[in-house]
Design a protein around this ligand. Structure first.
Ligand SMILES: *[C@@H]1O[C@H](CO)[C@@H](O)[C@H](O)[C@H]1NC(C)=O
Ligand SMILES: *[C@@H]1O[C@H](CO)[C@@H](O)[C@H](O)[C@H]1NC(C)=O
Ligand SMILES: *[C@@H]1O[C@H](CO)[C@@H](O)[C@H](O)[C@H]1NC(C)=O
Length: 444
């Protein structure tokens, strides 16, 4: 019983820092044609009294197609993968130094790569629950010499899991973890479906669900007394469920929809020209609500630029566009006056200092860090240099390259990783105080 009081974290005890207005992480990853070199068995492991699991898209999805084992993982994801996994380590180290949270208890970490793919993440997550299978009653087993069998397992139970990033990954993993009553806190999955507590009762997140954005957009429209709007949405879960939510909420407030346009995923520039023409035809509809992935938002604005549109439409856009410059670049006139929504997040200056001081020498704990280094500095370490048949034009890394503001910018979800790890640690802390009030340090 003693040990159990540390290992199952009740869902109700999670402290959640919910920030208004959300983002989505389902932007199409660039499919790449490289066969991944394989990622099997790599993990960040830091031993501790209590282990917290982590799932990050350290690599992008490999080439499209069926899940076949080889080529599942693509190129390294320097921001969304490596930075975020370092953010988890950073937070754990900070908590271990902080005597007010879990005094005397060392938190450990086991971070695995999801390769941005649900099926692969599920396979990796088996690692988290393996220990649950080996907590058998060993006295049932006898060795050949008649002695009782003793368990020898190297698998450690995790108290909970931080992740995943893509909603698709989080859903798959949640279905597995719930069977073992393992709490899961995502730092980036914003699909509204994950709010269903009947299906995902052990799932929590530090980012708000997408339907909050739809509500905010309706609030904006109401604030300006606008009553007649058009909508453009990307095909897929993000755009379609977002715009559906908007339409329902707008309907309740007597806002009428002039034109509804769906951008299919196989769109080309003329798709957007046609969309703009349709919008122009509705003469009295000047307000256009956008639930678009960033590349669709860019293409739509480019089409508006081709038509030389100025001050014709007021765009109200979800976070697919958000605070990014990509859609606005070269389309400044057409974009002028847009109101876009983004997730409110804070840059953690202390994380910048931590991250910029990392070097491959000092960071052997992260098996993906050399790959990160090579990618950021455009060089190769000896091992991968020799492994590359065509290496005549490749520079060797010295390890003395620097991470600076020139090649590093804090990724926007770092704060939410920090929040998720803090929430998990504080929940465990609260639980220990509730169940073992007089104890300091781990239960033997
Ligand atoms: C337990 O397993 C580990 C690795 O699998 C092995 O190194 C160790 O010797 C084993 N211990 C016993 C008592 O068999
Ligand atoms: C909207 O309408 C209300 C009531 O007619 C008015 O008081 C308010 O100033 C209007 N707001 C804007 C932004 O025009
Ligand atoms: C190496 O780079 C030079 C100059 O950029 C180029 O002309 C040459 O073709 C490259 N060689 C290989 C093998 O890629």
């Amino acid at each position: 019983m003693g040990a159990n009081c540390l290992f199952t974290v009740g869902f109700g005890q999670l402290l959640l820092v919910v920030t208004y207005l959300s983002t989505i992480d389902t932007k199409i990853l660039q499919e790449n044609k490289n066969l991944g070199t394989g990622n099997t068995g790599k993990a960040i492991y830091i031993p501790g009294d209590i282990i917290i699991g982590g799932l990050f898209p350290v690599h992008q999805k490999g080439f499209s197609g069926e899940y076949t084992g080889k080529g599942v993982c693509g190129d390294i994801n320097i921001d969304r993968g490596v930075q975020r996994s370092e953010a988890m380590i950073f937070t754990i180290k900070e908590i271990n130094k902080d005597n007010s949270i879990l005094p005397g208890v060392d938190l450990g970490v086991k971070v695995l790569d999801t390769c941005a793919r649900g099926t692969y993440a599920l396979e990796q997550s088996l690692e988290f629950i393996r220990a649950s299978f080996t907590t058998l009653d060993a006295s049932d087993f006898r060795c050949e010499d008649g002695s009782f069998a003793r368990l020898n397992t190297t698998h450690e139970t995790v108290a909970g899991v931080i992740g995943g990033a893509y909603s698709e990954v989080s859903k798959q993993v949640a279905n597995l973890l719930r069977l073992f009553k393992l709490p899961q806190i995502s730092y980036a999955s914003t699909s509204a479906a994950l709010s269903d507590k009947n299906r995902y009762e052990y799932f929590a997140r530090t980012v708000p669900p997408d339907n909050f954005q739809a509500k905010a957009m309706v609030d904006i429209v109401l604030k300006f007394n606008w009553t007649y709007v058009s909508t453009v949405a990307s095909e897929g879960n993000y755009g379609q469920s977002g715009i559906e939510e908007f339409k329902v909420k707008a309907g309740e407030k007597n806002i009428c929809i002039a034109e509804e346009i769906k951008i299919l995923s196989n769109s080309n520039p003329s798709t957007f020209d046609i969309a703009i023409e349709k919008l122009i035809k509705k003469e009295n509809a000047n307000i256009v609500v956008l639930f678009l992935r960033v590349e669709d938002a860019k293409n739509l604005l480019a089409a508006a630029t081709r038509q030389n549109l100025r001050d014709r439409f007021v765009w109200i856009a979800a976070d697919g566009w958000g605070a990014q410059e990509i859609p606005v670049e070269n389309n400044e006139e057409a974009a002028k006056g847009a109101l876009t929504i983004d997730l409110q997040s804070t840059t953690l200056t202390k994380f910048d200092d931590y991250f910029m001081s990392l070097t491959p020498d000092k960071n052997s704990i992260n098996p993906w860090f050399t790959e990160y280094w090579e990618s950021v500095h455009g060089c190769k370490f000896v091992d991968s240099y020799l492994g590359d048949s065509d290496n005549s034009n490749i520079t060797l890394c010295t390890g003395r390259e620097k991470i600076s503001r020139k090649n590093f910018k804090q990724e926007s979800k770092v704060q939410f990783v920090y929040d998720a790890v803090q929430a998990m640690a504080r929940a465990i802390d609260r639980m220990q105080r509730d169940i073992c009030p007089d104890r300091v340090g781990p239960v033997p």
